[in-house]
Design a protein around this ligand. Structure first.
Ligand code: ADP
Length: 445
């Protein structure tokens, strides 16, 4: 096992990785920008190295600085966390070339799955059902229009290199396709440095269901069930739950087995997630994330398995600590993403936290990197805390969620806690009856 791991990330996920390392007796090094020198991860880590100014491109995305920090401190492995370098195949490759271990899958897996078109093609070959759409990248507006007519409206144009819900265009009518295609290409180039655009049928009332996978370097792959991430705003997840209120045990076993087989087919290892849209009993693959996910905590809650520890063990060449037969699901968990944002306008609200009190009691987990007197910097993602609630049943989980959200005090900045409180009062949420467009409809009303 590694003696020292460098954490190339910030915020709650840097802390999450630090915690797993320390429980395993591994020393931690955290790299940080000048804006994060007061962060919780920096304070708790065994060592920290400032790698640049606030702008991510000069710090958290600066490969040379990160690798230098690893060498100076004698770290043997790098955990990229979520975002930043986590799905950068070049980074994974360079980490290996510098004699260090990348805590994640191989650069090849990141490469293939990072391009959504090649990922979809790999999945089709592995027998996974995908959303109907173009066979590959679309050449021009004319081709897009012809295909859209064939698929049937509405259609969705997506960036092959996309992520974070950006660069998607919905076309309702043939007249609009060519223009939207051009726009999609421009956005794709601007955001992802790759103009490739492909097309999918735009599904009207699906749920977003994803399967958590774990694989090792000895050919073992298991699934840890699903997460339902259908509550989204602008294609970004707002809260996630496990298990999904929509799936039967048989459906879970069915899609879990398909995902395991596909991951084995491509020789996948480390943590990974297959994302599907689910409608009328059918699953349609949309993409794979070759990293830990923000919402991994709900899976940890219902399985008792520490995903970060498994990632560390797998990266060190050890086999998975559990087999599929040993995976048991217990109860129900929901994660509430608490963002430093106005709960109605969603305008970012960085600044000084003047009062901070966390809920406690049974079934309450908080993955947050904030504290009393901490100043939330304006430069990064607005997620400041994840409240993860576990109960024996979904009803227990909802009741516990209400009381925990009521206890949570964060003053000085605006947060999305009131949004979650409002959501819990909605009959559809209470009944688990929502699709990926539910939240947008609710916010409009
Ligand atoms: P990103 O990588 O940008 O997050 P995804 O492909 O994972 O993009 O899609 C993000 C979200 O966009 C999905 O969870 C879903 O809500 C919506 N979406 C994606 N593809 C489709 C589709 N074909 N039909 C309807 N909604 C879709």
């Amino acid at each position: 096992m590694f003696e020292k791991v460098l954490i190339a990330n910030r915020g709650e996920v840097a802390l999450r990785i630090h915690r797993a390392c320390h429980e395993m007796g591994i020393k931690t090094v955290v790299v940080h920008s000048t804006a994060d020198s007061e962060s919780m991860a920096v304070m708790l880590a065994d060592e920290s190295v400032c790698i640049g100014p606030p702008a991510s491109k000069d710090s958290y995305l600066n490969i040379a600085s990160i690798l230098s920090a690893a060498h100076i401190t004698g770290a043997q492995a790098i955990h990229p966390g979520i975002g930043f370098m986590a799905e950068n195949a070049t980074f994974a490759q360079m980490v290996a070339e510098h004699g260090l271990t990348f805590i994640g899958p191989s650069p090849e897996h990141i490469q293939v799955m990072g391009d959504k078109v090649s990922a979809k093609n790999a999945m089709i070959r592995a027998g996974v059902p995908v959303v109907p759409g173009s066979e590959g990248v679309l050449k021009n507006g004319q081709e897009a229009t012809a295909l859209a007519k064939e698929i049937g409206f509405p259609v969705l144009m997506k960036a092959a290199g996309g992520g974070g819900g950006k660069g998607m265009k919905i076309a309702e009518r043939a007249e609009d396709v060519a223009e939207l295609f051009d726009l999609a290409q421009i956005e794709a180039q601007t955001h992802f440095g790759n103009p490739d655009v492909y097309m999918e049928k735009y599904l009207l009332q699906p749920r977003h269901i994803e399967i958590q996978l774990l694989g090792d370097q000895h050919g073992n792959v298991i699934h840890l069930g699903e997460r339902d991430c259908s509550l989204q705003r602008r294609h970004q997840k707002v809260l996630e739950e496990a298990p999904s209120p929509a799936l039967t045990d048989a459906e879970r076993a069915h899609i879990g087995a398909i995902a395991v087989k596909a991951a084995k087919d491509i020789g996948y290892y480390s943590a990974g997630t297959f994302e599907f849209l689910y409608a009328q009993g059918q699953f349609y693959f949309i993409e794979m994330n070759t990293r830990l996910q923000v919402e991994h905590c709900v899976t940890e809650a219902i399985t008792g398995i520490d995903l970060v520890k498994e990632q560390l063990c797998v990266a060190a060449g050890l086999p998975l600590s559990i087999t599929q037969d040993q995976v048991r699901f217990h109860g129900h968990a929901i994660e509430y993403r608490i963002n430093a944002e106005h709960p109605e306008t969603f305008v970012p609200s960085p600044g000084l936290i003047t009062r901070y009190h966390t809920p406690g009691g049974p079934g309450v987990r908080i993955d947050a990197a904030i504290y009393d007197g901490y100043r939330v910097p304006p430069f990064y993602d607005s997620l400041v805390s994840k409240l993860v609630i576990h109960g024996n049943t979904r009803a227990d989980c909802l009741a516990r969620s209400r009381r925990a959200l009521d206890e949570y005090v964060i003053e000085g900045i605006q947060t999305t806690i009131p949004l979650h409180q409002r959501l819990l009062n909605q009959p559809d949420i209470q009944a688990g009856n929502y699709d990926i467009h539910w939240l947008e409809r609710f916010l409009k009303a």
